[in-house]
Design a protein around this ligand. Structure first.
Ligand code: OTD
Ligand code: ZN
Ligand code: ZN
Length: 345
């Protein structure tokens, strides 16, 4: 008899869906397995206002194939010009579930992000007052800080001071990549959560750089050394409600990944659940997979868990496409460098 595993339907608490042809191509990959996702606002131009988020939500729902159910949870891109009243209205209407902080220049399409934190104080105070979470891309971009240290330095220089200055602000440390972030998150109270991607549980920096440069493993924050990957696995598989899945699945066409200055991002929507089941099984934590994919995230965001379930079964090697076709060209699916045996039925 084959082994099976039934979970409440998962949610993705950090996802890039893009727009236009790319949106149409990648949305089914997520909607097939996930009920909801926190949708990142780093379009060009970014989703800054409530009106822009409403229009983007409509475009996502219009791109959803017949017969598929999926709820996009919208976010606003925080700029130094963001209007606290617009944020509050977008939250009150139920449209917006988080505000996203990108330090200017930290990642793809982050040029409109925040340079001077004093300039967003009013928005952060309003968010603390109304209980709207701040999702944080936690990296400093100062040229004197080594790229592998950007996250740890951000915690000391920015995250902790901002949290101390804004009591009551709910914060999600997005896509954490270091044991420093795991340690910090573990020591905080229920007003802090941390998302972990699928790919950071699988790759370390050798996968990007050893034996030839591997653009499909290049993402931001960049994968760190093996000790950090192991700390992330321990956190994700611990069952601690502080940690939940945010895949950060970030599609780029192969043409854009393979440039001399290639785009950052791993596209994992297609095989994320098969990979996660394998990771949790390897770490003897299959009984804690549901907490990571389906329970801890809703608890942090104050949303109900999903009623539906999905079932995975273990068997022969799972087949999935190595690329997704889009009208703009192919997008390579993340290669976990091993056969996968858990399949979503
Ligand atoms: N990281 N790529 C992208 C975003 C993320 O920092 C992130 O959230 C992207 O392409 O939008 C990436 O590597
Ligand atoms: Zn980010
Ligand atoms: Zn992201």
């Amino acid at each position: 008899m084959s082994e099976t595993l039934t979970l409440r339907r998962p949610d993705d608490w950090h996802l890039h869906l893009r727009d236009g042809a790319m949106l149409r191509a990648v949305l089914p990959e997520t909607a097939r397995h996930f009920a909801r996702a926190i949708v990142m606002p780093n379009l060009v131009p970014p989703v800054v206002t409530g009106a822009q988020a409403a229009a983007y939500r409509d475009r996502i729902l219009a791109a959803l194939p017949e017969g598929m159910a999926f709820e996009p949870l919208m976010t606003l891109y925080l700029t130094e010009d963001t209007d606290p009243a617009d944020v509050a209205a977008a939250h009150a209407s139920g449209l917006v579930k988080a505000v996203k902080l990108y330090p200017a220049g930290a990642t793809t399409n982050s040029a409109s992000g925040v340079k001077t934190f004093e300039n967003v104080r009013g928005v952060l105070e309003k968010m603390a007052e109304i209980g709207l979470p701040l999702c944080v891309h936690g990296e400093v971009v100062d040229s004197d800080v080594d790229i592998f240290d950007r996250e740890a330095v951000f915690i000391d220089r920015v995250l902790d001071p901002v949290r101390r200055a804004t009591p009551g602000l709910r914060v999600v440390m997005e896509h954490i990549t270091t044991s420093d972030a795991v340690d910090y998150a573990s020591a905080q109270g229920d007003d802090l959560g941390a998302t972990i991607t699928t790919h950071h549980l699988v790759i370390n920096r050798n996968h990007i750089l050893a034996g030839g440069i591997k653009p499909h493993y290049y993402c931001l924050p960049v994968a760190k050394r093996e000790t950090h990957r192991l700390a992330l696995r321990k956190a994700a598989t611990s069952g601690s409600k502080r940690f939940f899945l945010g895949t950060d699945s970030a599609p780029h066409t192969d043409a854009n990944k393979l440039l001399p200055c290639g785009c950052a991002g791993c596209f994992t929507a297609t095989n994320t659940l098969s990979i996660l089941a394998q990771v949790f099984e390897e770490d003897s934590a299959l009984d804690r997979l549901e907490a990571f994919t389906s329970l801890n995230g809703p608890a942090f965001y104050g949303l109900p868990v999903n009623d539906e379930t999905i079932t995975l079964s273990k068997g022969a090697a799972v087949t999935y496409p190595s690329q997704i076709e889009t009208e703009d060209g192919p997008v390579t699916v993340f290669d976990p460098l091993t056969e996968l045996h858990w399949k979503v039925d």
